[in-house]
Design a protein around this ligand. Structure first.
Ligand code: AMP
Length: 284
């Protein structure tokens, strides 16, 4: 079946209803477009596990806390559609803002503790916007499985929590982070980095690896681990650290002592670009 690009919610619903009547397993990969090899990994996984693969491409204004970030966000629908076609995607759902938000919403998904730290602390309303749009996409596409990258660990935790708390009948499938050869996590925002910025952007992953090495060596005091990782970022003057935290993988709460697997997560600014990354750290 050739790929269909659909902008209307009723049209997607018709296709979904047809697939469900035929007991076909539906997989959804929500994205904001500007597709790269990280997205590709999610789509390939969905293709391998589902009968009907829907990729949504929607730059969701509700989750942007800075207007200039929304305005500068890369958009490349035509080439994204080509990528999806080559990967055997069945449907690209690419709605307009007016299609998704015909009127200001009166009902939203509010996120509690799991959004308190990390990005949630620095991007007010971000996870409310994410949870709300993902809830809408899940209602529209009614997938059996939805695929999310571990690159956005807090987002993954928020979605898992939402699905559990609100009894959404979908399986959330996490997909490991895809990186460049030098360790930089792929991100649509990497496109914005100038050559000099691109060279120093790897410092966050280096810092997170220092944290991981300490946990693996058996260091238990999270404050020490955090400091060692922060020192790595501080040695790079062209980079500003926004946060670097050691948290538990489910609730995203800072831990004091390492008693089990933790996530080391950070955000940096390189020039005008904000980058995030995280690694899972497992003690001996
Ligand atoms: P975005 O288009 O940035 O909203 O990302 C769409 C999905 O792709 C999210 O579930 C992300 O976590 C995931 N994703 C983004 N970058 C990567 C990456 N480098 N590796 C794996 N998944 C990713």
């Amino acid at each position: 079946m050739p790929l269909e690009v659909i902008a209307s919610i009723p049209a997607v619903r018709d296709r979904v209803a047809e697939a469900r009547r035929a007991s076909r397993r539906i997989g959804l990969v929500p994205t904001m477009g500007a597709l790269h090899a990280g997205h590709t990994r999610l789509i390939e996984r969905a293709r391998a596990e589902c009968d009907v693969v829907i990729v949504s491409i929607f730059v969701n204004p509700l989750q942007f806390d800075r207007p200039e970030d929304l305005q500068k966000y890369p958009r490349s629908l035509q080439s994204d559609v080509e990528v999806c076609s080559a990967l055997g995607v069945d449907i690209v759902f690419a709605p307009s803002v007016a299609e998704m938000y015909p009127a200001p919403l009166d009902c939203v998904v509010d996120v509690g503790r799991v959004a308190e730290h990390l990005c949630g602390r620095f991007r007010p309303g971000h996870f409310r916007g994410v949870a709300t749009v993902v809830m809408k996409l899940l209602q529209i596409a009614q997938p059996d499985r939805a695929y999310f990258g571990e690159k956005d660990a807090q987002q993954l935790a928020v979605i898992r929590r939402m699905v559990a708390d609100l009894n959404v009948p979908v399986e959330i499938v996490p997909v490991p982070t895809v990186r460049e050869a030098d360790g930089l996590a792929l991100s649509s925002r990497n496109q914005r980095l100038l050559p000099g910025e691109r060279r120093v952007a790897t410092v966050l992953y280096e810092a997170l690896q220092v944290a991981r090495a300490q946990v693996v060596e058996g260091v238990r005091d999270a404050a020490n681990i955090r400091q060692a990782a922060k020192d790595v970022v501080d040695r790079e003057p062209a980079v500003r650290l926004e946060y670097l935290e050691i948290v538990d993988p489910r609730e995203m709460q800072p831990v004091e002592r390492i008693e089990g697997p933790v996530i080391a997560a950070g955000a940096i600014w390189v020039g005008a670009t904000r980058l995030i990354d995280n690694v899972i750290c497992v003690p001996p």
